[in-house]
Design a protein around this ligand. Structure first.
Ligand SMILES: [Zn+2]
Length: 49
């Protein structure tokens, strides 16, 4: 159940990043790359590998 709760939290942060295009990890602006968005500072990506 702890994993389920953590997944829900990560999903929320992910959706927030999609909506705002700001990195949920460090707050930097996500930059577009090949149809995806990623963070140049910490490497966070909105694209699932
Ligand atoms: Zn970042």
């Amino acid at each position: 159940m702890q994993n389920q709760q953590e997944t829900a939290g990560n999903k929320g942060r992910f959706e927030h990043a999609v909506a705002t295009r700001f990195c949920p990890e460090c707050g930097a602006l996500l930059v577009p790359d090949s149809g995806c968005f990623y963070c140049r500072l910490c490497g966070f990506s909105l694209c699932k590998a």
